[in-house]
Design a protein around this ligand. Structure first.
Ligand SMILES: Nc1nc2c(c(=O)[nH]1)N[C@H]1C(S)=C(S)[C@@H](COP(=O)(O)OP(=O)(O)OC[C@H]3O[C@@H](n4cnc5c(=O)[nH]c(N)nc54)[C@H](O)[C@@H]3O)O[C@H]1N2
Ligand SMILES: Nc1nc2c(c(=O)[nH]1)N[C@H]1C(S)=C(S)[C@@H](COP(=O)(O)OP(=O)(O)OC[C@H]3O[C@@H](n4cnc5c(=O)[nH]c(N)nc54)[C@H](O)[C@@H]3O)O[C@H]1N2
Ligand SMILES: [Mo]
Length: 769
């Protein structure tokens, strides 16, 4: 399974490689955000748009899920938030003429970057079966086609309903209601590839699938671990929060195979002092860990804490907390005693003194927070790793008190809210009971397909219709060749999208593109009137309103809610259970949510409060842990060192500074010193030398799996100070290397951060000709 670079990628002659940066943001950050925005929107629109990002009366930034905080500065956006906004508010348009000029196969030969650059989608498009073009279709006909295909299925479980994490609470609630009313729990979402491991581990151990800290906690912490996360690129506003935590006396330990710029030093562009000068050193300590070494690290730190307790009983372990609020401590502690330091050093690549130094910091800290993102969640042992993070925190009572707790930093701006609204293939019984009580129909009880299972179901034609509420399923999922083939087998694929992407080009035999409003746009109800607003939930469980202010990209866009509503009307006719027509008024949806989802009482009232409201969080608010044991659970996890066969490296697939998942904003990765290209692989200079390779050599990346090899062609080797034995390259280009069946235990998340590869020197020129 080899995969050539799509056409626009092959020519990377302009690729330039320089030294990585040692600091993030500051002046280049500000000027770049304005430059990016101007290129897409022009000056006037840029100023009007950026002025209202994340303001209390404006729209929620479609970038990341980092919270806004009570006190918002007049420019509460970051460089990458500005790029996300510009990408959506662009003045470029994809029209029917564009589709007339490109066959579907032609589109599939272009890169994600090229596709995204074409601009906003403007009207519904239909690819009839057997046709090689998309042609315009009316909204009514589009809904009729979907309803026809859904009704033709032998079982509702033959349909799949994907969601990406930008969908608002209102749209998500209506969508899951439609899907369950139709009769299936097949609601795979981007979370399945993202923080599913966090949800699995935290639900089991703490009784809530979310984090337990607020921004205020971060400011009060004594010690903050930032593990497996690159906030300088992916959550830039988190850097301001870390800076503030430091001013309050916090220390920061970064745990990462890569010396990411944002973690080292930060210049705050929101403050005059940040534009000049040296900026703030963020990480006080940098543990350059091997990929997948974190389970071993947290076990080792916990063991050292237990030994410190042995030496001075009653001073290290929070006995009171452990006895009152937790379960399983003794068993866990006993198991940990047999930890093998040689294995710890092998797994982490760290020596014992480095771990001991970190533990001294822990002993000196009254309250500790651990933040993490994809570096922890996308491995085979991710759930076990995150359970060990919980053990480590529970030991000293670092959950459910100020300045302490778990902080999984979520990705998409409303991915957490979508789950809260019921976008979940394995809904808990209480949620389905609440739906039944509110709407009076019997929701399906069998668990549905997650993302990986959805691909398998398409491949074996157990699933025949695929609907996506946002996202770019084909490009974001693993095993590109396998996934694309699976998708092409579908009878009908439907993409609700703002921008053109690969999932429109690699589609089912019949396909629909339904263009929708973005966050930045005014959302006017069908009958006219003042604009409607939606709500979102951030990474820390704050819910607030989001109201777009720009004129829509085209007069023929529908809001996501209206798309769901009209499809439901077509599908169910006069529905005795759900008043779909009335959902045009989002207050009616919020009313229903307030009776189904705990924590949303008086939703309509509180959604209108300036700054929104905070959802209840039992561990944080009351030290109550609604788990199976009724307590916070210590869990025993087995350390299995991920040994890579001789000559191989462990590859992680990461984001560059110029992309939002599969949306490529530009071809640079400024902090890592890359310009004008994306087909690079970062490898330690000594690992290159051991393979007889050098910086600048062209290589293919080959992953090995029992069902065969996968190859991504033509990458420039970059000597880079990553941990030994590890390498890194960008997704989605490298998704072809991640086998569909290589997934995390329990969460079923693709192992995008630990793929065994070998580097093969290229003997032919990059384009293979
Ligand atoms: N601008 C921008 N913002 C984004 C996104 C975007 O693409 N662009 N994506 C959004 C989404 S959906 C998400 S989920 C988040 C993602 O946010 P991140 O998780 O920060 O994104 P990645 O680029 O996957 O970076 C993973 C980080 O973990 C490190 N890492 C990898 N493996 C390991 C490991 O085994 N151990 C440790 N300790 N570290 C490891 C990598 O070196 C890297 O620093 O960002 C969100 N925000
Ligand atoms: N190898 C590898 N693969 C990964 C990852 C990795 O680290 N490595 N990360 C994984 C992660 S964390 C995630 S979250 C997934 C992301 O997977 P997805 O969420 O499926 O992908 P995105 O690239 O975020 O989706 C971009 C598309 O969403 C559409 N869009 C944007 N805004 C809106 C909107 O407001 N409404 C609608 N309806 N559509 C909109 C646009 O058409 C755009 O093309 O990728 C995963 N894949
Ligand atoms: Mo994500």
């Amino acid at each position: 399974m080899a995969r050539k670079a799509p056409r626009d990628d092959v020519n990377e002659d302009g690729l330039e490689v320089g030294p990585p940066k040692e600091w993030a943001a500051g002046i280049p950050g500000v000027t770049r955000s304005l430059r990016a925005a101007n290129a897409q929107m022009g000056v006037g629109r840029t100023l009007r748009t950026l002025a209202v990002v994340n303001q209390k009366e404006g729209f929620d930034c479609p970038g990341c899920a980092w919270p806004e905080g009570g006190h918002r500065s007049p420019a509460e956006f970051c460089e990458n938030g500005a790029k996300a906004v510009a990408e959506e508010a662009t003045v470029r348009r994809v029209t029917r003429d564009f589709f007339a000029g490109h066959t579907v196969d032609d589109l599939a030969r272009h890169t994600d970057y090229w596709l995204g650059q074409q601009g906003r989608l403007t009207e519904p498009m239909h690819r009839p079966e057997g046709s090689d073009h998309y042609v315009p279709v009316s909204w009514d006909d589009a809904f009729a086609i979907i309803a026809r295909e859904l009704r033709a299925l032998d079982s509702p479980d033959e349909a799949l309903f994907y969601t990406s994490g930008r969908t608002s609470n209102e749209a998500a609630f209506a969508y899951q209601l439609l899907v369950r009313r139709f009769g299936t729990n097949n609601l795979p979402d981007c979370s399945n590839m993202c923080h599913e491991s966090s949800g699995s581990a935290l639900n089991e151990t703490l009784g809530i699938g979310k984090g337990t800290v607020s921004l205020e906690d971060l400011y009060q912490a004594d010690l903050v671990f930032v593990v497996g996360q690159n906030p300088g690129t992916n959550h830039p506003r988190m850097l301001s929060a870390l800076e503030r935590a430091k001013r309050g006396g916090a220390r920061i330990i970064a745990v990462n195979p890569l010396p990411e710029a944002g973690l080292l030093r930060f210049k705050n562009p929101q403050k005059a002092s940040g534009l000049v000068g040296k900026g703030t050193t963020l990480a006080d300590r940098f543990l350059q860990i091997r990929l997948n070494g974190d389970l071993a690290l947290f076990q080792a730190m916990s063991l050292l804490l237990l030994e410190a307790e042995d030496a001075a009983p009653g001073t290290v372990v929070d006995r009171d907390f452990v006895e009152t609020h937790t379960h399983g401590f003794d068993k866990w502690a006993e198991d940990l005693r047999s930890l093998d330091w040689a294995e710890v050093e092998e797994a982490t690549g760290l020596d014992r003194p480095a771990v001991e130094d970190a533990v001294r910091e822990v002993l000196g800290a009254k309250s500790v927070i651990v933040c993490w993102a994809m570096g922890l969640t996308q491995h085979k042992n991710s759930v076990a790793t995150i359970r060990e993070v919980v053990n480590f925190l529970l030991l000293r009572g670092n959950v459910g008190r100020p300045g302490a707790g778990v902080c999984p930093v979520r990705g998409h701006s409303n991915v957490q809210g979508d789950r809260t609204m019921g976008i979940y293939e394995r809904p808990p019984a209480w949620f389905l009971d609440a739906l039944r009580a509110e709407f009076g129909f019997e929701p399906p009880r069998d668990p549905g397909f997650d993302t990986v299972e959805a691909i398998r179901a398409l491949r074996s034609e157990r699933a025949k219709v695929f609907v996506a509420m946002g996202g770019n399923f084909v490009a974001a999922t693993p095993d590109t060749a396998v996934t694309e083939e699976a998708m092409r087998r579908a009878r009908l694929t439907v993409q609700v999208s703002t921008k053109l992407n690969r999932s429109h080009a690699v589609c089912g035999r019949e396909a629909l593109i339904l263009p929708t409003l973005g966050r930045t746009e005014r959302d006017v109800a069908p009958g006219g009137g003042a604009g409607r607003f939606v709500t979102v939930e951030d990474s820390m469980g704050m819910v607030h309103a989001s109201r777009g202010n720009l004129p829509p990209a085209s007069g023929d866009l529908l809001s996501e809610v209206d798309i769901v509503r009209r499809l439901a009307t077509e599908l169910f006719g006069a529905d005795p259970h759900v008043p779909w027509e009335r959902f045009a008024d989002y207050d009616v949806i919020r009313d229903r949510v307030s009776r189904v989802v705990p924590g949303f009482e008086d939703f309509n009232l509180r959604a209108r409060l300036s700054g929104g409201f905070t959802l209840p969080n039992a561990p944080r608010d009351e030290r109550r842990f609604p788990t199976a044991t009724g307590k916070a659970n210590f869990t025993v996890n087995h350390l299995e060192v991920l040994r890579v066969p001789p000559g191989r490296l462990l590859l992680q697939t990461v984001r560059s500074h110029d992309q939002y998942n599969t949306t490529i904003y530009g071809m640079d990765d400024r902090y890592r010193g890359i310009r004008n290209g994306r087909r690079v692989v970062f490898v330690h200079a000594d690992d290159l030398a051991e393979r007889g390779l050098a910086d600048g050599d062209m290589v293919d990346l080959v992953s090995e799996w029992p069902d065969g090899e996968r190859r991504a062609e033509s990458f420039r080797a970059v000597a880079y100070p990553t941990a030994r034995g590890c390498c890194a390259a960008y997704f989605p280009e490298t998704n072809v290397l991640v086998p569909l069946d290589s997934v995390a235990e329990t969460s079923n998340t693709p192992t995008s951060k630990s793929v065994v590869v070998r580097l093969v020197r290229r003997s032919t020129p990059p384009d293979g000709s």
